[in-house]
Write a protein that binds this ligand. Structure first.
Ligand SMILES: Cc1cc2nc3c(=O)[nH]c(=O)nc-3n(C[C@H](O)[C@H](O)[C@H](O)COP(=O)(O)OP(=O)(O)OC[C@H]3O[C@@H](n4cnc5c(N)ncnc54)[C@H](O)[C@@H]3O)c2cc1C
Length: 458
């Protein structure tokens, strides 16, 4: 169908204010935070489940591609409409419909910004833990579609663990309401689990019921530096082995610390070639006692420097060090190819040793930091002159080598960002043939004409 006809029919269906083919709007909806974009033919701004249903009935009847967009803060090109067609934005579906602390649930539309939900429940003393670093800009629907995680997922789990109910519109426009507001539910298959992480390929999420837990009243932090990455990684194992389950355990390597020293100054970033951040939360007395024990353990393990914080302001100051890493790497002026690979925790040292060899071989610096407790490390290949095809080919080779090594270590190609188009090349290798086949059969069953988010990894 030609674009003009598509716009005309959708405008008749939904009204002018919900449909746009203006150049600036198409451009804005052609790309996320990854490198490559492609424009849609038209953007639809859904305001209700009924709008989504109408679009999907129209699209399936006419064989038009539909790509769902939350806030467009994805890192893998998931919301990029690679085959054009319709982008359906759920950004206007931004209402928090209910927060019910007696039931421990919040019901929200998919366009709600994750940080806004966290703030709203926190005001009532409650906690929605999934904390992607993008939480001030990404949407709850996008988090569901990518099964987003963050530093606090070590103790609290990822998005999947906080989704009790979903309303989903399928490719043919039918609506399924899954789960509900019960904290346990074994009534049929785990269909919620099937949609969480499905990256918009199986259906469009139009309502989310989240599990809330009480907010821990106290927290404390330790920030320790070590002479080597291996010593910091050994400290991660020792802390867990001693029976502590910190809210966060974040590690960083030599290149990352060097970039941070250049960007924010040496006085803020401790000496040493690796850094470990430990956060403990819970009731005040237990937090005070646990942090003391963790500090003694870190001293025993030979840390070079150690700082602690036992109040909100102090903890935030330590988190500032961690937050500085990403910005410091960007400030190097190099393009940061951020791969959110994950390995079994016992393989962290091998992974970082491999990255040190790889940077020598490919001639591009590699920075590693992230969620050590989960083995989910952000490996950043730092590229100069990414637009040069020869440089691009070299960085692609480095990525190939990285993913091959990760798989050989028993790891996975994505711990949190998803596959999208960025990791499509490695998806086939990353899964066993039975799992790949199951992906294909599920997609064919739910979206037989392949109109939902086409051109992606299935
Ligand atoms: C600075 C920065 C830091 C980040 N840190 C983290 C991090 O710590 N942890 C982490 O997990 N991720 C992180 N990310 C990646 C990203 O923020 C997450 O993947 C987030 O969940 C994307 O949400 P979004 O609303 O922006 O989704 P979008 O980019 O709009 O879409 C992402 C995918 O979800 C699909 N989708 C969106 N909404 C729906 C819906 N309602 N129904 C069905 N499918 C839908 C899209 O089709 C697409 O495939 C980071 C990104 C940035 C830019």
């Amino acid at each position: 169908m030609d674009c003009a006809k598509l716009v005309e029919l959708l405008t008749n269906l939904l009204g002018e204010d919900k449909v746009s083919a203006a150049h600036a709007v198409l451009e804005e909806h052609s790309i996320d935070k990854w490198l490559v974009g492609h424009p849609p033919d038209v953007v639809v701004f859904a305001e209700s489940t009924a709008d989504v249903v109408a679009v999907m009935k129209f699209a399936s009847g006419n064989g038009v591609a539909v790509t769902t967009r939350g806030a467009g803060a994805g890192y893998v090109g998931g919301a990029v409409p690679v085959e054009g067609g319709i982008v359906i934005s759920v950004a206007r579906m931004g209402a928090i419909r209910e927060i019910n602390t007696a039931d421990g649930v919040a019901v929200a539309e998919p366009g709600v910004i994750t940080g806004d939900l966290q703030d709203a429940v926190r005001k009532l003393g409650w906690f929605y833990p999934p904390d992607p670093a993008s939480l001030k800009e990404c949407s709850l629907g996008g988090n569901v579609a990518t099964n987003a995680g963050g530093p606090h997922c070590l103790k609290y789990g990822v998005t999947r663990h906080y989704i009790l109910g979903l309303e989903v519109v399928l490719a043919d426009g039918s609506v399924a309401r899954l789960g509900g507001r019960c904290h346990k539910d074994k009534t049929g298959f785990d269909l919620i689990g099937m949609f969480v992480g499905s990256e918009g390929l199986l259906g469009i999420v139009t309502e989310i019921t989240c599990r809330l837990i009480p907010h821990p009243p106290a927290r404390a932090m330790a920030s320790a530096s070590f002479a080597s990455f291996a010593e910091a990684a050994a400290a991660v194992q020792a802390i867990l082995g001693a029976g502590f389950l910190p809210a966060a355990l974040e590690i960083s390597d030599k290149f990352t610390l060097g970039a941070a020293r250049d960007h924010v100054g040496t006085e803020l970033i401790p000496d040493g070639e690796s850094h470990l951040l430990v956060e403990i939360d819970g009731q005040t007395e237990s937090v005070n006692s646990e942090i003391r024990s963790v500090v003694s353990l870190l001293h025993e393990l030979g840390c070079l420097s150690l700082e602690t914080a036992e109040d909100e302001a102090g903890c935030e100051a330590i988190w500032e060090i961690r937050r500085a890493f990403s910005y410091s790497l960007r400030a190097t002026g190099l393009t940061k190819l951020n791969e959110d690979i994950v390995v079994p925790r016992g393989k962290l040292v091998e992974l970082v040793a491999f990255c040190e060899r790889l940077q020598e071989e490919c001639g591009m610096p590699i920075a590693c930091f992230g969620h050590a407790g989960d083995g989910n490390i952000h490996v950043n290949i730092m590229v100069e002159g990414i637009d040069d095809p020869a440089v691009r080919a070299r960085s692609d080779e480095a990525l190939d080598a990285l993913f091959k090594a990760v798989l050989a270590l028993g790891g996975r190609v994505s711990g949190e960002h998803g596959i999208g188009i960025a990791k499509k090349r490695w998806f086939g290798e990353a899964l066993d043939s039975g799992a790949l086949d199951l992906h294909t059969r599920l997609k064919a069953a739910l979206d037989p004409d392949g109109i939902l988010n086409p051109g992606k990894f299935v």
